[in-house]
Design a protein around this ligand. Structure first.
Ligand code: ADP
Ligand code: MG
Ligand code: ZN
Length: 488
């Protein structure tokens, strides 16, 4: 209560994202096993990524490009002078060379910002991006039983991008929103899979509290072991409460690294924080300085895809979608791309959004376990447009259209030909409908009498009977007109 309002929360976030490249950062080893093959430990290794003496690294061009693309998306300055790779020296069994090649003094990208939506309202906060730089991943350690530890070098040397924010984040909820927004962007531009579950995205939160109105930062604590954005938010909440209490009781806080214990719901001290000079950074003598040409940067700027926030705004302002629908569509690039193509096929945006976020997404979710995305659906966007067109023209009922969608979603057939073949087309023949309505009224005299006596619910039953006789194909609008006319 009072404590919460006496202090201001200050958070800065560090993200490590595995870059989506085919080969490793400084050698030709693949970053992933061949599709369908299991990932046997220590099979994607070579003398370079095993840190053998006498080997030389070669810079992965695509990795450089993906960091620049990210930098552009985050409105960063992209360094075109002379970015030096530097050695960060430390010993650990997951680091075969005894140092990690990273960027330190001059990062490839710096000084950007990310606008983060912070509530259901239209509010957003601007989070400064200090830097985005390139480095290499370490091996994976597997601590087994009986005190043994196994090392798998398949991950050693995989391209990694580190993105660091300014201490601009003001609450645990903002921290989470920042993480989610950044992940969406990385996925959107194809820089990273951005999966926290598989470790392709790792996040650390730095947090401190200071008295309201104070300019000076308080003692900072770094929290690791965060397995989800929810963990990030919970861990930050835990630390905010812990710091507030320490400040209230005058207990000293130490600058340290803490780990999040998901099950216990608390952080535990891991080690006191190391200083940059512990690492003895120095320029990597085996690599030339990186000088991306201005043309290269311009070319990337030109191919930078539309970002989720811009796309969301376009959907609302130009296409007239609700903020909700725009949010659902842009949360998944593949879905938004599919939607765009349905619209491009000539369909009204609102109808397209209804079907794509409705029935189409429902079917996608049914196949979520197989990892199916909109881009992998057999029915092309033009096919969905064709089906919606048939509904709008009154040639198929909405109910039958859903059945046709379910079938063509997996078969990829033209919905129009399925409608013809299965005889699912809507009956708009007024003569035929009149005859069926009349037959129902004759068949159920007591129900008709009840309806006329004021029992409104009976109406639905009568419509249902007409639909049954026409196998659901009768144009509901015409059935209603005819039935109301006969019932008086
Ligand atoms: P370190 O050298 O300890 O890693 P950095 O200066 O690299 O510290 O900052 C790491 C992260 O911590 C950055 O995101 C930065 O914005 C954030 N940060 C720095 N000082 C504070 C502070 N007092 N409170 C919260 N976050 C901070
Ligand atoms: Mg740091
Ligand atoms: Zn290798």
């Amino acid at each position: 209560m009072a404590v919460a309002t006496r202090y201001e929360t200050v958070i800065g976030i560090e993200v490590h994202a595995q870059l989506k490249t085919a080969s490793k950062m400084f050698c030709a080893c693949p970053t992933a096993p061949e599709p369908g093959r299991p990932d046997e430990p220590n099979t994607r290794v070579c003398p370079v990524c095993l840190g053998m003496p006498g080997t030389l690294p070669v810079i992965n061009r695509r990795a450089v490009e993906l960091v620049m693309l990210t930098g552009l998306a985050l409105e960063c300055h992209v360094e075109t002078e002379a970015v030096r790779f530097e050695r960060k020296n430390y010993f650990y069994p997951d680091l075969p060379k005894g140092y990690q090649i990273s960027q330190y003094a001059l990062p490839l990208c710096s000084n950007g910002r990310l606008l983060v939506p912070v509530s259901s309202k239209d509010a957003e906060v601007s989070i400064g991006i200090t830097r985005a730089h390139l480095e290499e991943d370490t091996a994976r350690l597997q601590h087994g039983g009986r005190g043994h530890t196994l090392v798998d070098f398949n991950r050693a040397g995989v391209p990694l991008m580190e993105i660091v924010t300014e201490p601009d984040v003001r609450s645990p909820a903002q921290a989470r929103a920042y993480g989610e927004t950044l992940r969406d962007i990385l996925r959107h531009i194809g820089a990273s899979d951005g999966d926290m579950e598989t470790g392709s995205l790792r996040i650390e939160g730095n947090v401190s509290l200071r008295p309201m109105g104070s300019e000076r930062f308080g003692t900072k604590v770094e929290v690791k072991n965060l397995n989800s954005f929810r963990s990030l938010e919970r861990a930050m909440e835990y630390e905010v409460a812990r710091h507030a209490e320490a400040l209230e009781t005058g207990e000293p806080l130490v600058q340290e690294t803490r780990g999040w214990d998901e099950i216990a719901g608390r952080t535990v001290s891991q080690r006191s924080k190391e200083e940059a000079n512990d690492y003895r950074y120095f320029p990597e003598p085996d690599l030339p300085p990186l000088r991306p040409s201005a043309e290269w940067v311009a070319r990337l700027r030109a191919v930078l895809p539309e970002l989720p926030a811009t796309r969301r705004a376009r959907y609302v302002e130009e296409l007239g979608l609700s903020a909700y629908d725009a949010g659902v569509l842009t949360a998944d690039v593949a879905l938004a791309d599919y939607f765009d193509r349905v619209v491009a096929a000539g369909l009204g945006a609102k109808a397209a959004a209804n079907w794509v976020t409705g029935e189409f997404s429902r079917l996608l979710n049914q196949h979520a376990a197989e990892g199916l995305r909109a881009s992998g659906v057999a029915l092309p966007p033009e096919g969905l447009a064709e089906l919606i067109g048939e509904v709008e023209a009154g040639r198929v009922s909405a109910t039958n259209a859903k059945a046709v969608l379910a079938a063509t979603f997996v078969s990829g057939e033209s919905p129009r030909s399925v409608i013809e073949r299965e005889g699912l087309g809507q009956v708009s023949d007024t003569g035929l409908i009149a005859r069926e309505v009349e037959a129902v009224v004759t068949e159920f005299p007591s129900q008709v009498a009840e309806y006329r006596a004021g029992k409104q619910q009976i109406y639905g039953f009568l419509v249902g009977q007409v639909m049954k006789r026409t196998a659901g194909r009768a144009d509901a609008k015409l059935v209603n007109e005819e039935l109301r006319r006969l019932l008086g």
